[in-house]
Design a protein around this ligand. Structure first.
Ligand code: PMP
Length: 396
């Protein structure tokens, strides 16, 4: 599989067109993915659960192929991949699926979960909900680079710790957590390790079987597949992880995740996974060089600019920067030509300040002066140089 020469609309190269620098929020669907999905909206519309006819068999075969493609990307067996509606569902399922299972086994035993303070909101809020349901949850602090330290984890472990959940690659700052080392600690202490790999899958090589990850969430729309589809990897042996379903119903996904399969989405995620696997090494190198050029140019143009996250242990496609003295609230109207994400956002009238940037020690003021720039498959040199110029010109 090779990268497509077709460029998705909306990532136009024309000089006056806005530049998309928000690939961590979502990626455009790769044209090859889109073409692969199309027949499953049209002639191959069957339900994989329809075992009595060819419409069902065709859909079932397509889902099986995609399961293999997704499993191959992460080094799992096909039967360990369970399709969901996205990483949010997968994260919630890992937490509540385990909590309810443990409760079923022993309704009175104490349950302790460990996570960090800079997880995605779908972990933060699910963990807070688990706490309300009676689980004990520790949100561990991270260092100034955004990594959870192994010693901090070791100290937090209790006899009744059942699950640790740590983000693999942070979505806001790109810092990579030492998941293989954390997995060893989890194994030594017979604790399940879940990782939110939404920003890691397809970007860094991984083999969950060898690394000792027990549960892993990821998503289609961060790897150039469609939105509304994702997966939870559930380790099948050594140990076999037992989760209760989150969704009850027709018994799809071997009884663990009910609901008719999103076949076009699943086909898309499968092809997206295959393209990522085939092109990852080269694409990572290209993006790293592009990101470094971007950072170097920004530093030359903007005195005082700072970069957040780990200097080396970080995603190849991401820059999170602080522009001291320049609040993004005032800056954004002058950045209409760039698709970027900010460290603070006005949601429903209230200012939401990034818990990730706060978690690595930035002040509220600094968070309000921070921007995330994330590159991807259709980013190129011309774009990053132009983006650096636009950013510089916006600062006055
Ligand atoms: N975890 C991380 C780290 C993410 O970046 C995202 C998407 N922003 C999610 C979970 C949620 O993924 P989805 O949109 O597939 O529910």
């Amino acid at each position: 599989m090779e990268l497509s020469s077709e460029r998705p609309m909306g990532t136009s190269l024309q000089h006056d067109k806005p530049i998309y620098l928000d690939y961590n929020a979502t990626t455009p669907v790769d044209p090859q993915v889109y073409h692969a999905m199309e027949p499953y909206f049209k002639e191959y519309f069957g339900n994989p659960a329809s075992a009595a006819h060819q419409w069902g068999w065709i859909a079932e075969n397509a889902a099986t192929k995609a399961r293999g493609q997704v499993a191959s990307l992460i080094g799992a067996k096909s039967m360990e991949v369970f399709f969901t509606s996205g990483a949010t569902e997968a994260n919630n399922w890992a937490i509540f699926g385990l909590l309810t299972k443990l409760r079923e086994e022993n309704p009175t035993a104490p349950i302790h979960f460990i996570t960090s303070t800079i997880e995605h909101s779908s972990i933060m809020k699910a963990m807070a909900a688990a706490e309300k349901m009676g689980a004990e949850v520790d949100f561990l602090p991270v260092n100034s680079y955004g990594q959870v330290e192994l010693e901090t984890i070791r100290k937090a472990i209790k006899p009744h710790t059942k699950l640790m959940s740590f983000i693999w690659v942070n979505n806001e700052i790109g810092t990579i957590n030492p998941i293989p080392e954390i997995a060893k600690i989890a194994k030594e202490n017979k604790i399940y390790l879940h990782t939110d790999a939404t920003q890691a899958a397809g970007k860094i090589p991984m083999n969950v079987t060898e690394m000792g990850v027990d549960l892993m969430s990821f998503s289609g729309h961060k790897i150039y597949g469609p939105k509304g589809v994702g997966a939870l990897y559930i380790r099948g042996k050594d140990p076999k992880v037992q989760l209760n379903p989150l969704l009850h119903g027709g018994g799809q996904e071997r009884g663990l995740r009910s609901g008719s399969l999103n076949v076009p989405g699943i086909v898309g995620m499968g092809v997206a996974a295959e393209i990522c696997q085939a092109t990852m090494a080269e694409e990572c190198k290209r993006l790293r060089e592009l990101r470094d050029l971007f950072w170097q140019t920004l530093q030359e143009k903007i005195p005082g600019i700072r970069m957040n996250g780990h200097p080396t242990e970080r995603a190849s496609n991401l820059l999170n920067i602080t522009l001291p003295g320049y609040k993004t609230e005032g800056l954004l109207p002058r950045l209409q030509k760039l698709g970027v994400s900010t460290g603070s956002a006005c949601g429903t009238g209230a200012m939401v300040v990034s818990h990730v940037l706060r978690g690595i020690g930035l002040s509220v003021d600094e968070v309000q002066c921070s921007i995330r720039l994330s590159l991807g498959r259709w980013s190129n040199e011309e774009e990053v140089l132009r983006a650096a110029e636009i950013l510089k010109n916006a600062l006055h």
